[in-house]
Design a protein around this ligand. Sequence first.
Ligand SMILES: [Zn+2]
Length: 202
Amino acid sequence: MKIQHIHGLPPLYTNTFLITTDAGHGILIDAAAAPEAYLDALKAENATLTHILLTHGHYDHVGAVAALKQATGCTVYMDPVDAAGTQLLPLKSGQVDKNWPANNELNIDGLTFKIYHTPGHTQGSVVLNCGNLLFSGDTLFAGSCGRTDMPGGSMRQMQESLSLLANLPLGDDTQVLPGHESFSTLGQERRTNPYMDGGWAY
Ligand SMILES: [Zn+2]
């Protein structure tokens, strides 16, 4: 497999990630750049987009979904609770093909994605683990966490979700790839992120 970091459109420059598998398939984690940016990257790898895995439904993570679906026929996964058809959560339920599997595991071309439900930033937020990589969406940021003051947000649920992440059976060297700003490791966040231990005050 190969992974590429592709920035979303300004002004938020959301982090998105394109994984290409040995079988020539593309798996996109969030879709916030211009559709052409992804289609060009796929073409350069001689790969076909088969999956879009959305960490949550906010507008700054899903802007290219409709165009990519149209262009490639890929399958879009997201928690349907985030498909509200609003300005903040623009996808409608018909634009999301599949909910996360009941066993919270997706196997694609020999890669295993484990899905952790982490409500708090939105009700449908998830964090995805594949091998040594943790795609933490807007739940866990380097040194911080996603905001909880928008509709569907919950500080109490965010605390529980961050405690879940702190206690995942994953090593400190796990790469944390958040939806915004810089990357980190799980060990760094366990040691220094003040929001990670569930002890922060309301
Ligand atoms: Zn968000």
